[in-house]
Design a protein around this ligand. Structure first.
Ligand SMILES: Cc1cc2nc3c(=O)[nH]c(=O)nc-3n(C[C@H](O)[C@H](O)[C@H](O)COP(=O)(O)OP(=O)(O)OC[C@H]3O[C@@H](n4cnc5c(N)ncnc54)[C@H](O)[C@@H]3O)c2cc1C
Length: 410
């Protein structure tokens, strides 16, 4: 008889884990209070970028000094709900302390190990399933307003280069020859090759979920209220039902910290809230995804819409969405594409699961496999984490491979 495993959370991390475990012969039950592709998942509304080169954490040298001014500047992509600050501090202090050259160098290496083959990992997971139709491959362009903007972060550029992400630099004329709609604010670009993106992230994760179920994977709708580790680990659902299995995977995104509260070791996880504005039926589209460097958002051409997604807002899991980040994205879009018109837009807020060192948690303790903390690149690394979860469950993983992501590092 197959061994049983419960996977909590049907976002990209949980669905990828469930599908790789199913392919490995496990009897898998995915548990979620909603179905994959629902807007309450972070996996629904992200920028869709398979961000192979996004190996630099948000906390870099100088952030602690510049953050107060950024928080007061309405044209900055950093937001804080001040009433949340006391609860944020136990996470924020180590987060800011990790912004040293040594630590960022170490983190970049830990993240590069997960992102380097991300496009291949998405293809390996989705080829032969309805999800493969959502993957686009091509170039990815960063746009800079000025030489000062381009030169502002030499450490990140050097680290990317060290890990093989060394883009071609282009000027205004070439930016316009590739995309005549780019506004006059942007004068320098960097072009990364061999990138990928999704034409609809919610559709993609829903298609993977549909495939998993069509191949015999089980789904139980319910809200997990407690997890017990040990010989016969179990999950308690709201309403009283208790499910027991040989192993449990905790992959509940930004909510994983809540569910981990009765488990050892204790992890530190925060919701780094972000927003999108999706502009439907635009009068033109983008030839490739862009990172708009001065306002730190990603603009991605999707199926029937353009999506601007970014912003970091600290305010916890439950606060309602704010309007200022959405207004910020709309205003910045006018700078990128002054002549853009569209029929209507839709806005969204999601919660990136982020640890103080921006590295995911990937570890097994007492028959609980921890898999969360994908922060800004959780979509990118989801299939890779899923494969590593299956390797851990099947006892195929060398400890050294996951040392940087251990659950007891906090
Ligand atoms: C604005 C924005 C843009 C982004 N852009 C990108 C990008 O371009 N590229 C990239 O790689 N990443 C991007 N990200 C990050 C990425 O979206 C996330 O890291 C990733 O989606 C996290 O996936 P997940 O499966 O871990 O969590 P989620 O997708 O949030 O899924 C967690 C699931 O767990 C379930 N759950 C939680 N608690 C319980 C419970 N108690 N009981 C039952 N179910 C529960 C939830 O219902 C949910 O379905 C972006 C994020 C944001 C906010």
């Amino acid at each position: 008889m197959s061994k049983t495993i419960l996977v909590i959370g049907a976002g990209i991390t949980g669905v990828s884990s469930a599908e790789w475990l199913r392919r490995d012969g496990w009897d898998v039950t995915l548990i979620d209070r909603i179905v994959s592709g629902h807007p309450d998942q972070t996996s629904f509304g992200n920028a869709g970028l398979i961000a192979r080169g996004a190996i630099i954490p948000v906390s870099i040298p100088g952030l602690a000094a510049s953050a107060p001014a950024m928080l007061l500047n309405p044209d900055s992509p950093l937001y804080l709900r001040w009433s949340y600050l006391p609860r944020l501090l136990p996470w924020l202090i180590p987060f800011l302390r990790n912004g040293t050259v040594e630590k960022v160098t170490e983190i970049a290496a830990g993240l590069a190990a997960l992102t380097v083959d991300a496009v291949d990992q998405h293809q390996a997971l989705s080829t032969g399933t309805p999800a493969e139709a959502f993957i686009q491959t091509g170039e990815y362009v960063n746009l800079f307003a000025s030489k000062a903007d381009y030169d502002a972060d030499p450490l990140s550029a050097a680290l990317r280069k060290k890990h093989g992400f060394d883009p071609d630099k282009i000027g205004r004329a070439e930016i316009l020859s590739r995309d005549p709609n780019i506004g006059p604010a942007y004068n320098i670009g960097t072009v990364y090759k061999d990138y990928g993106w999704l034409t609809n992230p919610g559709g993609y994760v829903a298609a993977l979920f549909g495939h998993f179920r069509s191949q015999g994977g089980h789904f139980q709708r319910g809200e997990v209220v407690d997890i017990k580790a040990g010989e016969s680990p179990s999950v308690s659902l709201k309403g009283g039902e208790v499910l027991i299995a040989d192993k449990i995977v905790l992959s509940a995104g930004a909510w994983s910290g809540l569910l981990n509260k009765n488990l050892a070791p204790k992890v530190k996880l925060e919701a780094e809230r972000g927003y999108h504005v999706s502009m439907f039926n635009p009068n033109f589209t983008a030839p490739n995804p862009y990172m708009i460097n001065d306002s730190r958002f990603v603009l991605t051409p999707m199926d029937g819409f353009l999506r601007a997604a970014g912003v970091v807002e600290f305010g916890g899991l439950d606060a309602p969405p704010a309007t200022a980040p959405v207004n910020f994205l709309r205003k910045q879009m006018k700078k990128v594409y002054p002549n853009l018109k569209f029929e209507y837009d839709e806005v969204w807020m999601g919660r990136r699961p982020t640890t103080p060192d921006s590295m995911p948690v990937l570890d097994e303790t007492d028959n609980i496999i921890h898999a969360y903390g994908g922060q800004h690149i959780g979509l990118t690394i989801g299939p890779r984490l899923g494969r590593m979860v299956a390797d851990i469950a099947g006892e195929r993983h060398a400890n050294a491979d996951i040392g940087a992501y251990r659950a007891d590092r906090f």
